[in-house]
Structures are given as structure tokens and as C-alpha cells.
Design a protein around this ligand. Sequence first.
Ligand code: ATP
Ligand code: MG
Length: 414
Amino acid sequence: MISRIRGMNDILPPDSILWNRIEAAFRRTVARYGFYEVKTPILEETALFTRSIGDATEIVEKEMYTFEDKGGHSLTLRPEGTASMVRAYIENPETDGDSIARWFYFGPMYRYERPQKGRYREFYQFGAEAFGVAAPEQDAEMMAMAVHFLNEIGIKDVTLKINSLGDNSDRQAYKEKLLEHLRGRESELCEDCKRRMTTNPLRVLDCKQENCIAVAAGAPLIIDSLGPEAGAHFEKVKHTLDGLGIKYVVDPHIVRGLDYYNRSAFEFITENLGAQKAVGGGGRYDALVEQLGGPSTPAVGFAMGVERLIALLKDQGAQSLPSLDFFVIPMGEAAQEYSMKLGARLRSEGLSGEIDCSGRRLKNLFKRAERIGARYTIIIGDQELAEGAANVKNMESKEQQRIALDDIGRSTLK
Ligand code: ATP
Ligand code: MG
């Protein structure tokens, strides 16, 4: 037997029902904000990710599915969505010269991680990107849209945590302060972080190793190194969120796991998923479009993971039972033929249901009616056909009603 690849999942019902609910809620939410979908290939040139996410990040150092194709090109299964969005933005400039684009995506991502609850090698992310606007209101709008989505599906106990990573010059100055703190504590850091001290010291703040977290806890805060412009931007983001009634917590330890962020960085954190605390995150990335060869374009975005949201919804006791309007049990050949036509009529009225064709025993069929969540079961045999009426059983109240065959429909299967 061939089994699925470690860390990759089949999404089966009833989970797929919750899944679709999440996807539909996201699509509804972003539509209200005027965002449109962009679909990009799952495979990209490896350089797209190394140049954007950053050489010294966990993702690029350890987690990418990279291979050579038959032509000798290095390709990578996308580990996240933003890099591809930026590539598409650069390659397909809006024809009317408007640099503003409001895009969203939904699809599978790949990271070679150690599989555990809420952490898989294939997982689904959806996210949104707003290109072309540098104003702090845009950052706040993205955060508000994400919160609006979480409310739409009824997710509770998720906190929006925000921080500012400042501008480039702020980060250069901060790096020095951080290095001062780290020097002399090298022995407490993991091997990766020792190396990161020379390649990218900020990454030490994002390390998941306990010792490194302890060292990072006492480090100076980037928020104390903001220049006046980044500082004013951050204040305006908070002011706008306050005005919208969006609750947030300033967490100066948020740096995000990708290198391209500047100014706003934010995460959606829960305490209900064990070790996997982040259900989503995002931030501003004003340099990335230019860095990947496009015109200088400010941008801000966020991404969320479907699997962790499903786990949260289940944890909250969300129901994901299948449900159908009807289940027809025909007894005999003539009844079967009639039932097929009855099913067609009921479906054309917008009802959903199943007509049994298996001819299994009645007892088993009633079990099936329950399993598929049928609200009504309709038994039709020769006698029912002759009388032109059938017994219709309300599966919840267990009441039976005799209804004329022609009257079975939207008004009677309420
Ligand atoms: P973590 O800190 O948990 O590793 P991350 O910072 O790597 O998360 P992002 O790159 O910000 O995650 O991705 C956004 C969201 O995608 C996460 O908040 C999470 O919901 C989801 N996600 C990331 N990696 C995985 C994974 N391996 N399996 C399932 N979901 C994931
Ligand atoms: Mg990660």
C-alpha cells in the first residue's frame, strides 16, 4: 500500500466542511474590502524566495522543498505567498498605470518542518496584499480586515499583537545594540543563532529554542530605536485601530520569520493551540517590490493558516456535521424510477439530498440517513406510488407525515 507523504494530509469530511466555511468567510470578507484573487504557480525559481524571505531565515535555511528540474533549473515549492504575489505584481503591471493593487490568494504552501499538531509539510494559507499605499491607515485596514474575518467565522481568544520594526536605518542602529547584548552570551545560543549573529542578528529574536528565547527576553527593544518617521507611523496605526474599535496589544518581541518586513509587523496569537501559537501574521514590506526588480512600491499584507484555524474552531466546539434536506428510500423498481425523477425536481427547487440506489436493508438505510444528516427521510414503495402519497419522516422530531407525492417539496420539507 502506498501512503501519503509524512506531514501532508488528506482533507476529508467533516473537516472539509469547516475548511470550506473558513474559505467562504475569507472570500466574503475580502470582497467587502475590494480585494481580488490572484492565482500563481506553486513552483517558482528558488532565487525568488532566497532573495525575498532572506538567506538566514528558518524557512530558507531549513524548510524549503528545493530541487532541480530536468533542465537543471533550481525550483522551489512555495513556502509562503507574498514573494509570488510580488513577482506577479512586477511582471504584470496594471495596464492603466495605477500602482495600487489589492490582491488576495488562497492555496497550499510547503515547508520541510518536523510535523506535529498545527505544523505540517503541506499546509494552506490565505492572505491579502495591498500594493502602492504607504500610509499607516493602510496597515490598520489590513489588520482590521483580518480581525473582521476572524469575527466572521466566530474565532474567539485570538489576540492581535503589533510591533514596529522601524525603517532600515532604525534597524541598523538597533542591530548594534542587539549585538552588544548578545556578545558574551554566545555560549547560551544555539548553533544557528551563533551564526545568525554575523549574518542577521535580528533572527535571534525569532528563534524557537528555549535558551535563545531566554537570551532574547533581556535584549533591548527595537521599538525603543524607532526614528521619528517610523515612530509617527506606528502611532497613527494604533490611533486608526483605536478609532475602529479594533483591540490589539503592543508586543515589542514580534519580529516575524521573514526578512522583508519594515515598520508594522503583527501576529494573531492564541493560547489554545499548544506550541503553535500563531494563526496568522503580516506586516509592511516597502522595499520588497524594488528589491525583486520592480518600481519602488510600498506594500503591506498578512497571511493565515487554515489548519490552525480548523483546530481552533474544533477546540471551540464548532459543529461540522454534514447536512442534507432529504433522503429518499425507494422500495422496488417502479419506486426507484419515480424517486430519481422526484430527486431531480427537489434539487431543481434548491433542496439537497440523496436517493438511495443501493437497495440495502431499511435498518441500514436509516443509519445512513443519520450519517449524512438528512432532515427528512421519504420512503416510497408500490403502495405509495398507487396512492400518490408517501410517509415523510422528520429525522429530528421523529414525526411522520403523509404527504401527497406532488406536494413534497420546498414548502413541505421545511
Ligand atoms: P511559526 O512561528 O508557528 O513557525 P511562522 O511564523 O513560520 O509560524 P508564517 O510564515 O507567518 O508562520 O505563516 C503564516 C501562518 O501560516 C502561520 O501563522 C500559521 O497559521 C501558518 N503556518 C505556517 N507554517 C505552518 C505549518 N508548517 N503548518 C501549518 N500551518 C503553518
Ligand atoms: Mg515557521
